[in-house]
Ligand binder design. Structure first.
Ligand code: GLC
Length: 494
């Protein structure tokens, strides 16, 4: 089943100086149809892992609930859409003065300008920690093929260019280390498609869409080179960058032909007649030998290597009983785009609550600036989210979904031991805290005390038939703009 996509609007404007001539590249993605084309939807098909180490890590991951996905690459330099402008699909439109070939040359040349002299992974990790996040996914390589790690497979990487002599030139290593120091689970985002690799986009041919641009059936040797290239890069990441928890593989169109189901055909993207099979089982074997228990998220390729599902820019309609994560941007874009419109902390907190009540985790997207720092309005919003989580985190972390998960604007979770139930009432933005909060499922057992997490004090409530009516203390009613109230009651003995 495909649940319709959350509409996203993106806008990226950039003046590009190209051999003396000034060219306005104006990229807009306007229609909902176009937006859906690069978005991974979600299916209900899921296969639980069999390996005990993977199962254990998966349960641990399910306790974390809130993570940060960082998109950082060449696209940060002009502040435009991540990689996709390179792709000649018609949902990307350019100013009529632009020329595709010139554009590609200009984009590839951004590696000469990417010099993030203020690169500060500790600032990133601190901001994520202050937000109450507990796991990280970092773009080691996006579709444009530019590597944010010191791969031996290509020179198209951050360690070859103006930043090469910086002590932190091997960016991915320092990002992972900084987040590890803050106790985060560590995930490597890796794009299976690579538009810079000559074995994926053969320079001899045009590049009409996101797919590899030659018939693999006619040129199997070339695809084998691509498979080797991919295997070797993932091997580097799995062996040389410390302990890894998640391998997050993006670009779901790179998949064996036999997995191209109706669901995949409905994406609306062109599907070639050949198989873009990169032999994930052999990659997974190598990766798990190096990183026992590693979670592998081969997005949208249902089966043993999609250890959790990843709906994008949307929250599923209903609770799901298998592991999943919504990846949603804090602004409108994955990467850094100047004056991107950021969501309010209340909006993110509401999404987090809904996601967790429906059994998922929220992976919030943030794009650092080209200088290597995270913009202060972003840091500030993250801190506000974190201050809510500091008081109310018991209702979020280490919880599992409960069958009756919603009653009006109140969502429910339960502790992973099943002892406590939490009711989370979403409060409308910028409105006063109400005098009472009500719901009509999950009635507390007779005599149970009810605690308001933000104050730690018990609150009064009555049960009238199906209805639970909680009285909010006057001091709490005075709070302005409080995003959500969380209540705890015990349903089972120790
Ligand atoms: C998407 C896009 C990509 C983005 C990502 C994040 O499907 O291809 O640009 O990095 O997924 O979820």
């Amino acid at each position: 089943m495909i649940i319709s996509s959350f509409p996203v609007s993106r806008l990226a404007k950039q003046f590009v100086s190209l051999s003396g001539l000034s060219l306005l590249v104006f990229l807009t993605i306007t229609t909902a149809k176009a937006q859906e084309q690069q978005i991974h939807p979600q299916s209900t098909q899921y296969e639980w892992p069999a390996d005990p180490a993977v199962k254990e890590k998966l349960e641990h991951w399910r306790d974390q609930k809130f993570g940060m996905i960082i998109h950082w690459g060449l696209y940060a330099v002009p502040g435009m859409i991540e990689s996709w402008a390179l792709c000649s699909e018609d949902w990307i439109t350019r100013d009529s003065t632009s020329n595709y070939d010139d554009f590609k040359k200009w984009y590839w040349g951004l590696n000469k300008d990417f010099n993030p002299v203020k690169f500060n992974p500790d600032q990133w990790a601190q901001a994520a920690k202050d937000a109450g996040m507990r796991y990280l996914v970092f773009t080691t390589k996006h579709h444009d093929g530019f590597c944010m790690f010191d791969t031996k497979e290509t020179d198209f990487k951050i360690t070859n260019g103006p930043f090469a002599s910086n002590p932190k030139a091997n960016v991915a290593k320092y990002v992972f280390d900084a987040f590890r120091r803050q106790g985060f689970m560590i995930g490597a985002y890796f794009s299976k498609p690579d538009w810079h690799c000559p074995y994926y986009w053969w320079p001899m041919y045009a590049t009409p869409d996101r797919n590899n641009n030659y018939d693999i059936r006619k040129h199997p040797w070339r695809w084998n080179k691509f498979k080797e290239y991919t295997y070797n890069q993932i091997s580097e990441l799995m062996h040389d960058y410390g302990s890894m928890d998640i391998l997050w593989l993006d670009g779901g169109w790179v998949r064996p032909l036999e997995t191209v189901t109706e669901e995949v055909k409905n994406w609306g993207a062109n599907i070639p007649a050949w198989s873009q099979d990169i032999n994930i089982p052999s990659i997974a074997k190598m990766a798990r030998e190096a990183q026992p228990g590693l979670l592998i998220v081969d997005r949208t390729v249902h089966g043993p290597y999609e250890n959790y599902q990843t709906p994008e820019q949307r929250v599923p309609d209903k609770q799901l009983d298998h592991p999943w994560e919504s990846c949603i941007t804090l602004g409108d874009s994955w990467g850094y785009v100047p004056s991107d419109k950021l969501k309010t902390p209340a909006k993110v907190i509401h999404q987090l609550i809904e996601v967790v009540a429906k059994g998922g985790s929220l992976l919030l997207g943030v794009g650092p600036k080209p200088d290597g720092t995270i913009d202060s309005p972003v840091v500030q919003r993250l801190a506000e989210i974190g201050s809510w989580l500091k008081a109310n985190g018991a209702a979020i972390y280490n919880t599992r979904p409960i069958q009756g998960y919603q009653s009006g604007n109140v969502y429910f979770t339960q502790s992973n031991k099943g002892k406590e139930v939490y009711a989370l009432a979403l409060l409308a933005e910028n409105s006063p805290v109400p005098a009472t909060v009500e719901w009509s499922i999950n009635t507390p057992p007779k005599g149970a005390k009810m605690k308001l997490l933000s104050t730690g004090a018990n609150v009064k409530y009555v049960v009238k038939g199906e209805k639970v009516i909680v009285t909010i203390p006057p001091a709490v009613q005075k709070l302005k703009g409080y995003p959500a109230l969380a209540f705890e009651f015990i349903v089972a003995a120790d």
